[in-house]
Design a protein. Structure first.
Length: 284
């Protein structure tokens, strides 16, 4: 299969050091944030196009929720949810990422035109994933992962500290990717905020965005949007949609620290946060 290049405007943004805004399109009935609002193809495509109009650089389409206690899907069920959405968005000229832990889905969406595979398991959920990434040449987001949605909240022990622990485990994933024939320039890392992390550990990893990028030598994706650890700055009982202002603050910090991209539910304020961070670093 011919390697899939990152679309020209995304590649240019990365070369310029501008943090990309990745808009989230959840094609799921059980999302922790969207509650199934975009669970049909028509609704998901319309939502995705709206996010692009608002200033997203690319979209991350997901068919399987990874919230604690979520129901696992087969690759076939997942593809039934996302493939038509991917095809329609690609047909409209949208750069598409697909959030999947299934190698079969990864191959199918690349064939449908997706340019990024965003794997929250870093290849641990499906041993064939790294081979698919190597064969397709797709940009691959390798997230730090322990356990699964049922067990991850019990796997938060990092004897040498969470930053050192996450870096060590991501190095293992990077070595495995290299052994599978994946080129280094294909790989973006994600520290997995909220995945097998306490709230405090997620804040520590967010603060280490620049260190992660420098220590591991790869671009970094930050996915903080509406996650539970943001509740630390909010009144008790604040729901996911009440975390958008805190999300925007984390986007500003991540962009100032050199993140490759931020994955967000709400685009306009995060787009402005990225621009603010860039002007802060390089005033004109």
């Amino acid at each position: 299969m011919t390697p899939v290049p990152l679309p020209q405007r995304l590649d240019a943004a990365a070369r310029e050091g501008r943090t990309l805004v990745m808009g989230i399109v959840n094609v799921t009935p059980d999302s922790f944030s969207d509650g199934g609002r975009w669970a049909t193809t028509d609704a998901a495509v319309a939502h995705g196009l709206a996010l692009m109009t608002q200033g997203a650089d690319l979209l991350d389409v997901g068919g399987e929720s990874t919230r604690p206690g979520s129901v696992r899907l087969s690759a076939e069920e997942e593809q039934a949810r996302v493939l038509d959405v991917v095809r329609e968005l690609v047909g409209a000229g949208v750069p598409v990422s697909v959030d999947t832990i299934h190698a079969a889905t990864a191959r199918a969406v690349v064939e449908a035109g997706a340019v990024v595979v965003n794997d929250v398991s870093g290849g641990l959920a499906d041993p064939l994933m790294h081979r698919v990434v190597a064969e397709t040449g797709v940009v691959y987001v390798c997230q730090h992962w322990r356990g699964d949605p049922d067990t991850m909240d019990r796997l938060t022990s990092y004897p040498d500290g969470v930053v050192a622990g996450v870096e060590a485990e991501l190095r293992q994933r990077l070595d495995e990717l290299a052994a599978a024939g994946v080129a280094p320039e294909q790989v973006v890392i994600d520290p997995g905020l909220g995945f097998a992390k306490t709230h405090t550990q997620s804040w520590q990893l967010l603060a280490a965005t620049s260190a992660l990028r420098e220590d591991l030598g790869r671009p970094v994706l930050i996915g903080a949007s509406r996650k539970r650890f943001l509740a630390a700055v909010l009144p008790d009982g604040a729901g996911p949609h009440e975390r958008d202002a805190a999300t925007t603050a984390t986007t500003t910090l991540a962009a100032a620290a050199g993140a490759w991209a931020v994955r967000v539910h709400e685009v306009p304020s995060n787009r402005d946060a990225v621009r603010t961070a860039r002007l802060w670093k390089e005033p004109r």
